[in-house]
Every structure is written in structure tokens, then in C-alpha cells.
Ligand binder design. Structure first.
Ligand code: P6P
Length: 370
């Protein structure tokens, strides 16, 4: 009967957030409304990402996209295209990916527009920081709310053409005085975040979210158009058997990173070596780390002294989730969430994942600091 109850007692993300927020006496429902708009953005992007391959197939892809990747299958004749897809299906795909017949927008530009519109129209935000926009977006006074959202609308988008999972990453802060919001209000340490999450667009669409009371995972049921709770109260294993890093940068690593990776491959205590898993899409690598354990590293190196990943909308949200799931996140110098950014697109090295694995890395950096 348990299974039946589950099937008829669907715990959607909206219901789950409402349940959580109703236990918080100060909650006025603003965060709930904001999150429901983020969820809407994720549903749209999931649909567009899934159609992208189709769009390329029926030749909708803009010149640049097609050239950039291996030439997609081009039907030999328009007649053949119409045989594969009904005219209405071609129109549907065209409509969802192209504005008024324009060339297909690059998916990351489209995703950014969707999230900016969804966040502004929620009436719960006063400033937005997006990986896609050089400057922060200050919301017009009439629509201002008390939250700041920092997000990467489509992280890892260079992987779209080969079908590797990509994702949206977001972090949410409260702003003290929304009427007089300035850039200073955005440059807060990650520990001040009130919520963070990511949505991974892969074989299934999974949204992982924390509002400060643990981490929960939801899977999109396309037939319902709802995210259903599938991974309640995620806890990362204390120690893992996987390390995840771009070994191609090994030549430029500093000593502690080099030593840690060496220990993963040639353990001195007779234990078996760790496995290397590196997808090159942060959301996919972090999601695997969260569920299976292990450690994900994007270290500093001689070429990039601050590493590659961005503090406000990659490092902070993923670090927040890791700590909420019982793991930890370190920059090589300090706890990642204690970092105070000085610029909105600032980068930082990052070592995140299983508590004990990151503890080992902290030990190696402490030795170097002596
Ligand atoms: P590299 C993708 O471009 C990204 O921003 C992250 O999603 C990913 O973790 C990282 O860069 C991969 O970087 O240098 O290993 O290709």
C-alpha cells in the first residue's frame, strides 16, 4: 500500500517548498513565489534543451551553431523533412526556439532571457546577477522584491552539441533595503545565502534544492509538467572513491593539488586507487559527487591563479548545497562560503564534496602554508 500511497500522494516541489516555508513563522510566502518562478524557468529550458537537437535536425539551427559542431543530419530535401515531422511540429519547434522567425537563438541566450523575465515578473527580486550579463540587472521599483538571485542560466553549454548534461545554477540572498539596493548588497559571503540549487538537463531533468534545511532532489515528470520529490534529504557519503578534475591542467597545478591527485592514483596505505570521473559540466560532475560521494576540484593553476569557476553563481550555490548535505567546500585558502567577493564575476579555486576527502585536501594546503 506504501507504493500506492506514494503514487496518489504526489509530493511536488511546490508542495514541498510550501510545507517547509509554513514551518517558518517569519515566512510571508515571498521565497515560495520566487522559487515557483525559478521552477517555471527550469521547465521552459528543459523543453528548449530537449528540442535543440530536433531543431538542428530539421535545419533550424543558426549558421554558427551548425558550423560549430559536427554537421547535424540535414534532410536531403524539404519534402523529407515534412515526412519526418508534421508541419505543426516544425512550427512548434520553430516557435519555441526562434523569435519571430529569427535564426535559432543560442540556447544560453534564450535561457538567460527566460530566467530574467521569470525572476523580474515574480515581483520578489530587486537585483539579478547572471553569467550571461556583464552588468547586474536592477529591477524597476514597481516590481522590486527583497531577494537577489545570482545564476548561470545554462552552465556547461559548450556541451550541448554532444548531448552531455548541462544545467542551471542559482543562489538566493536577502537584500536589506530593496528600495536602495546597490552592487555592495550583492557582494555578500556565500554563508548569507537563504537558498541555492541547480537543475540538470540530462537523461532526466533533476532539480536539486536547499532552503537551508537540508537538500532535496526533484525529477520532472513531463506528462504532468511537475517536479516530483524523488531524492528526499540527500546526504553525501562521508568519504568517496571518485575524484573529479581536469587532468589536462596537471602541468600547471600547485603542489597540494598535485599531491592530492597523486595520492588518489597511488595510495600509500595500500588502499585501492580512486576512480577518475570528469564530465566537464559542473552541474553533472557535482550531481554525481553529491549522490555517489568523492570530490570535485577546479584548482588554481599557473595560467588561472583564481581557477575558472565563478564565485557568485557556481562556487557559492554548489558549496551551500554540499554543506547542507553534510559535505564541505574549500577554496585552497578558506571555507568557500566565507569568501567575500569583490566583483560579480569573480572566480575562485574550489574543492568540494565528501567531508573527509575535502579534509584531506585542507591538510595538504595547511602543510604548504607552514
Ligand atoms: P574545463 C563548463 O564550461 C564549465 O564552466 C563548468 O561547467 C565545468 O565544470 C568547467 O567549466 C569545465 O572546465 O576547463 O575542465 O573544460
Amino acid at each position: 500500500h506504501e507504493a500506492d500511497a506514494y503514487r496518489t500522494d504526489l509530493m511536488t516541489i511546490t508542495r514541498h517548498v510550501l510545507n517547509e516555508q509554513s514551518r517558518n513563522p517569519e515566512a510571508r510566502g515571498d521565497l515560495t513565489i520566487l522559487l515557483s518562478h525559478i521552477v517555471l524557468g527550469c521547465k521552459f529550458v528543459a523543453s528548449a534543451v530537449n528540442k535543440a537537437g530536433l531543431a538542428k535536425l530539421i535545419g533550424l539551427a543558426g549558421e554558427t551553431n551548425v558550423q560549430a559542431s559536427a554537421p547535424a543530419y540535414q534532410p536531403s530535401s524539404p519534402r523529407l523533412t515534412s515526412v519526418i515531422f508534421l508541419p505543426c511540429e516544425i512550427e512548434m519547434v520553430k516557435h519555441s526556439l526562434c523569435d519571430q522567425g529569427e535564426e535559432q537563438k543560442k540556447l544560453d541566450v534564450l535561457s538567460n532571457e527566460v530566467f530574467v523575465k521569470a525572476l523580474v515578473s515574480s515581483g520578489r527580486t530587486c537585483v539579478l546577477v547572471s553569467e550571461e550579463d556583464e552588468e547586474a540587472t536592477f529591477v524597476e521599483p514597481a516590481l522590486r522584491g527583497k531577494y537577489c538571485v545570482c545564476f548561470d542560466p545554462l552552465d556547461g553549454s559548450s556541451n550541448i552539441d554532444c548531448g552531455v548534461s548541462i544545467g542551471t545554477i542559482f543562489g538566493i540572498y536577502m537584500i536589506k533595503d530593496k528600495e536602495n539596493v546597490t552592487l555592495e548588497d550583492v557582494l555578500q559571503p556565500g554563508k548569507n545565502m537563504v537558498a541555492a540549487g541547480y537543475c540538470m538537463y540530462g537523461s532526466s531533468c533533476t532539480l536539486v534544492l536547499s532552503t537551508g534545511n537540508g537538500v532535496n532532489g526533484f525529477t520532472l515528470d513531463p506528462s504532468l509538467g511537475e517536479f516530483i520529490l524523488t531524492h528526499p534529504d540527500i546526504k553525501i557519503p562521508k568519504k568517496g572513491k571518485i575524484y573529479s578534475v581536469n587532468e589536462g591542467n596537471a602541468k600547471n597545478w600547485d603542489e597540494p593539488t598535485a599531491k592530492f591527485v597523486e595520492k588518489c592514483k597511488f595510495p600509500k596505505d595500500g588502499s585501492s586507487p580512486k576512480s577518475l570521473r570528469y564530465i566537464g559540466s559542473m552541474v553533472a560532475d557535482v550531481h554525481r559527487t553529491l549522490l555517489y560521494g568523492g570530490v570535485f576540484l577546479y584548482p588554481a593553476d599557473k595560467k588561472s591563479p583564481n581557477g575558472k569557476l565563478r564565485v557568485l553563481y557556481e562556487v557559492f550555490p554548489m558549496s551551500f548545497l554540499m554543506e547542507q548535505a553534510g559535505g564541505q567546500s574549500f577554496t585552497g585558502k578558506q571555507r568557500a562560503l566565507d569568501l567575500v567577493p569583490t566583483k560579480i564575476h569573480e572566480r575562485s579555486p574550489i574543492f568540494l564534496g565528501s567531508y573527509e576527502d575535502v579534509e584531506e585536501i585542507k591538510g595538504l594546503y595547511a602543510e604548504q602554508a607552514k
